[in-house]
Design a protein around this ligand. Structure first.
Ligand code: PLP
Length: 327
């Protein structure tokens, strides 16, 4: 059966790298099955490495990992459990008014304009929030920290001003200060020091899906059948790849139903080439193998696809693939 190997040493090296670069506590983003890596496996390793806080997509994910951490922040709250170490993201004032969640983080819009509280309603939001809830955090999200440009600096500036307003509000009303967090992975490596805030909220850098970080996942598939394909024969649906010479090939047990993005002629794997159209449960590779490494560095593998990103390739890998932890 095809399977995923997770490198604990690379995960730990990425944690150290992020800590040393940002000088800040890590709020580890393990949403969406830890970007396809396996949420429970990643949670256990992060706990072992001393990580105390994580972000997840929803309550189901929070339930899976809540026992490993001091705090689990749910990005998209639906049901409400009010477990002592689960916090909920508030990104809309209507949601705030009717929320039954006790412990919250307020997410403000500093420029992304996706899903956050408007900066025009800061006063009203703070009054409502600190009156009824335990406000554990205030955060915002960078939209363009992975590219050159001024947006990141503008957002940083707006967030610093927001922090000043919140601090003044808390002083005036004699309230405990919430924690502040802004930077995603690209933000950390772009601006480096984030010690002016409390956490950095990183995902892809933990998993090695961007420059200067080490890949945590490698993906393997097993041989289903080894066979010679003869000169001028074509393989698979619609015969999209024709062999120029007699060639030994291996059909391996991974296909697009496992989450491999579709290809219709060639896909460069770590040591060989997959050819023809990928099928639902299999694909054909050149050479004779018992086991094939599909990729051991998603940054390289992503170059096969002009129109996607490492996040997409990782997050699509299905939970049914077995995860094996190695050092
Ligand atoms: C997914 C997500 C992150 C992590 O982003 P990376 O680019 O993977 O570091 C941080 N904050 C929010 C709100 C997110 O949705």
């Amino acid at each position: 059966m095809a399977y995923i190997k997770l490198s604990k040493s690379n995960l730990f090296a990425n944690v150290d790298n992020i800590s040393n670069t940002s000088n800040c506590e890590i709020l580890a983003v393990i949403k969406d099955n830890a970007y396809g890596h396996g949420i429970v496996q990643i949670a256990k390793m992060l706990q072992q490495k001393g990580i105390q806080r994580v972000c997840v997509r929803n309550n189901d994910e929070a339930m899976l990992v809540k026992d490993y951490f001091k705090e689990v922040l749910v990005f998209f709250p639906t049901l409400c459990y009010n477990s002592p170490n689960i916090s909920y993201t508030i990104s809309d004032i209507k949601q705030l008014r009717r929320s039954k969640h006790k412990k919250i983080h307020l997410k403000f819009d500093t420029g992304m304009h996706r899903n956050a509280l408007s900066m025009d309603e800061v006063d009203e939001v703070l009054k409502l929030a600190f009156d009824k809830f335990e406000v554990r955090g205030i955060f915002s999200h960078f939209c363009c920290s992975d590219e050159i440009g001024c947006d990141t600096f503008i957002q940083l500036d707006r967030f610093k001003k927001l922090k000043d307003r919140v601090v003044a509000f808390c002083k005036l009303h004699n309230l405990d200060l919430p924690k502040f967090h802004l930077a995603n992975s690209a933000g950390v490596f772009r601006l480096k020091d984030f010690s002016m805030f409390d956490y950095v909220r990183v995902g892809i850098a933990l998993y090695g899906g961007m420059e200067d970080t080490k890949p945590v996942m490698s993906l393997y598939a097993k041989a289903l059948k080894q066979q010679m394909i003869y000169k001028n024969q074509a393989v698979g649906y619609n015969k999209t790849y024709t062999f120029c010479n007699d060639t030994m090939t291996t059909l391996v047990d991974i296909g697009y139903s496992d989450g491999i993005l579709y290809f219709d002629k060639e896909l460069q794997l770590k040591d060989t080439l997959a050819v023809g159209k990928i099928s639902m449960d299999s694909m054909m590779v050149i050479g004779e193998y018992d086991e094939v490494c599909v990729f051991d560095d998603v940054k390289e593998f992503a170059k096969n696809y002009p129109n996607t990103i490492t996040y997409d390739i990782l997050a699509k890998l299905k939970p049914h693939l077995k995860r094996v932890i190695c050092d």
